[in-house]
Write a protein that binds this ligand. Structure first.
Ligand code: SF4
Ligand code: SF4
Length: 187
């Protein structure tokens, strides 16, 4: 988030959309920054968790829905486990993702598809099988040829494998996904 951003209004409408029952504890945030200091994606994101929480209270919907932050969050739960007020940032991110997914711009749509393919791959293989994930992503976005020149280097450096990963946690990971889907359906 830019340090030069100016607060022009305080607007509770976004808070009411993302947290109508007050389960996320956003209003209790002390802005202490413990969440952001421990965030596993802090070097990749454009909005840190403590900034995101405050932006919701300020009604900055457009800025949040067009941010990288809601898609780079790894849902690792580190922020909530470090938070003295138990502010549930990962659940906030889920709700912002849902909002962004229902009104996608072209760029957001690509990010949404990437996220969708990554989660499918994790569910199927227990961790991401990058080659298949990128194949499906490229087919769905019809962006078949960009970045193809990087493929041999990634193979050579072991960043991508021709074969699916083998992990003993495969069934456990799939059951986590099933549990999440069941919980969402029950809401
Ligand atoms: S750790 Fe909790 S209270 Fe502190 S800034 Fe983050 S969300 Fe707010
Ligand atoms: S759940 Fe998301 S916001 Fe929270 S620490 Fe992990 S990556 Fe950062």
């Amino acid at each position: 988030m830019s340090n030069s951003a100016t607060i022009t209004k305080i607007d509770q409408s976004l808070l009411e959309k993302v947290d109508p029952k007050g389960e996320l504890n956003l209003a209790a945030c002390l802005q202490c920054g413990r969440c952001s200091a421990g965030c596993s994606m802090r070097l990749e994101t454009d909005i840190l968790p403590h900034q995101m929480n405050r932006m919701v209270l300020l009604g900055m919907e457009e800025e949040l829905l067009s941010s990288k932050a809601i898609w780079t969050c790894a849902s690792c739960q580190t922020c909530v486990s470090r938070c003295p007020m138990k502010v549930n940032t990962p659940l906030l991110v889920d709700r912002l993702r849902e909002m962004a997914s229902s009104a996608p711009t072209q760029d957001l749509e690509k990010i949404r598809i990437f996220n969708d393919e990554m989660l499918k791959s994790m569910k199927l293989f227990g961790r991401v099988y990058e080659l298949a994930m990128m194949g499906f992503y490229k087919l769905r976005t019809r962006d078949l040829f960009s970045d193809l020149d990087k493929f041999p280097t990634m193979l050579k450096k072991g960043k991508m494998s021709l074969f699916p990963p083998r992990t003993r946690a495969r069934k456990a990971v799939a059951s986590i996904f099933d549990r999440v889907h069941r919980t969402r359906r029950a809401k």
